[in-house]
Ligand binder design. Sequence first.
Ligand SMILES: Nc1ncnc2c1ncn2[C@@H]1O[C@H](COP(=O)(O)OP(=O)(O)OP(=O)(O)O)[C@@H](O)[C@H]1O
Length: 732
Amino acid sequence: MSSQASPVKVYIRIRPTANFAHEIIECLPDQQTLKVRSRKDSKKGKRNNQLNSWVFQLNGVLHNVSQEDTYDRVARSVVLGAFGGYNGTIMCFGQTGAGKTYTMTGAAETYKQRGIIPRALQEVFQEVEQRADHTFSVHLSFLEIYNETMVDLLSSLKKGKGSNSGVLTVVEEPGGGVSVKGLSLHLVHNEEEALNLLFESRSRTLSDAKYITSKLNLVDLAGSERLSKTGSEGQVQTEAMYINKSLSFLEQVILALADSRREHVPFRQSKLTHALKDSLGGNCNTVLVANIYGEAAQIKETLSTLRFATRMKCVQTKPSINEHVDPVLQVQRLQKEIQFLREELSMYNTLTNRVGVSNEILSETQVEEVKSQVQRYLSGLLDEIPIVSITQIQEVFAQFKKVLEQQRKLREQLSPRNTHVEKAINTTPSAAGEVQGSVCAVGEVESCGYGLGLANSSQRHQRGVSPKPSKARKDKQISSLSKKEGAVSQQAVENATVQAEQPLNMSQSDMTTHEPQQQAPEEPQKTDSPPPKAEAFEDFKAERGSEINRILKENKAVLSERTARLRTLTDVINATKRDLDYITYELRQFREQKQSQGQFVSAEGEPVLEEAELSLVMQLKELKNRYRQAYEEFRSTKTEVSYCQHLVNQCRTRLLTEFESWYNESFLLPDEVLSVLETGPARPGHIPVDKALTLVSNTPHVLMFDKNKCPCRTFTRETPTRVVLAGISVLT
Ligand SMILES: Nc1ncnc2c1ncn2[C@@H]1O[C@H](COP(=O)(O)OP(=O)(O)OP(=O)(O)O)[C@@H](O)[C@H]1O
């Protein structure tokens, strides 16, 4: 597919600060220009009052811009582009601590401050729902590039496609794209599942003769700190060097791409540039967010980030639709179309009051209805079985055959089990049973927005697959349908409630049972016995841990509020469902009665809808609307509850972890370790006691707690580069 060159879009995001350097950095009102003024370097001790100034023209300057607006301006079009078959990459670049993770992932503490990745996932699944006429599949991968090693952060999860638990390698694809061989792909069906994968560690997809695929790369790059500034040594220095090296390779690639005279672009120099090859130089809508500090002390890093951002603006990519042709999917598409036309026809029959006329394969409910008619006919309760369609006649014969078959078996069998069979034959389905079955079908609102009197496609009788489902299986299906698609289970709501309301009081058992990975190791003996943990925890919550404790409480309050809303919605849905069932039953009774009396027709021979029937139909419509709305709100609230639940868990874990470290440092660590901690660059309050104790024999300056709390990274100096890949396939 032909494509036009399009420059990479570049945004600057400034981390909020109370010390914003207004005299140095100026954001112009067009929200696209940044002016930076700086005094020239003094050379050889001479004073230099000359000013340098630079103007950076970008696609947007995000200064004091919320997470929501950042997503709207930076990411939305790229994410939606993926639905049109365009690959997309959104990445953050910038100095350590300038806000890359905040922009990509968001603050761990609040739902409102979630970043581009969770919002992109939410948008993806909202779109999937809205585009009911397409078939989608979404896969998720999570890749970390660290010291030139690629790590699959979801490799431990089962059911991942493509994982080979071996070394990951970047491979060039025939079409010019790249992919990471061995990286596991996880099929996700909804936002909740996707977020769970993300929280646990932290695409490519399907569908028509013409189907499109796209992948979204959401990249949180490592910090671009200058090595000299980190003052690091040993292991940390090695890591920082790797990170600097891969970022400088990135810069080289950008330089080469921005220079039209350069023929060779050194993509293969590092894993990062190789993996991002099609994002930087290929078929992709690419957006860069350059994160900077607004403070005078960071001006050198800021300038270097801004220069990188400007160069990136010169890079052109060629986004094009990834369209493919698949004959198997062509068949699927036609089947879908037939299904759609059948539904349309059935809808037409219902609206024109051609009651019972059906041109499609009978649903489970309709089969049950025919069965009941046959049984009533055989027992003399019904004089004749009205003929409405070919498929219905076939089913009538099938039911007769079934009865004959059962009678034959009955005659053959002499064992006491016969009574069972006999019972089964003579038992007509109870009225309640019938209502229940039909209600499930009618209560479910069709995704295309109508479907009066239609069962959901998943509930339809699939004769080709299973012509005669057993009674037991049918019962099971019916009950599971009523649970799954009709009434909303209280269990999910209750689970959330339990979690939301769980108080966080510390006892010794809390520390060991809830957070086994943070379990305090054997405590060293100090001469002064430390205070009881429960007591110390209360002090900690009131002082050092007050902020995170406050956030935890806030999140719990939000969680409780959303859970309560979920409960209310559950009640509304269940009540609406009951009403739906009742009205459906009434309508059916009414129609059956009407049919037995003969139909009213107009002068033109059209069936006439009586007032009572019309009223029932209108009520049904109104109830379906109400049901659909409540159900939609229920689903989004459920996702929100699940997200808030994760936040509460994270805060709880953080509070406990920080308390553990604080307790260890305050009461358990030997003085020599504490003095090392005071002089080294380790962040206070974050050193697990067992690790800290090894300080005595190690180089002191290599400690830094990784803010993402990845257990294997406790002592990494920098955050590694992380890439979330969401692959989307669309059957058009
Ligand atoms: N726009 C913002 N609004 C509010 N807080 C922010 C913003 N940007 C960054 N922060 C805060 O600044 C701190 C550092 O940000 P963050 O961890 O995102 O930096 P980073 O660039 O990812 O650093 P690293 O290179 O170490 O990964 C975090 O506490 C974050 O919440």
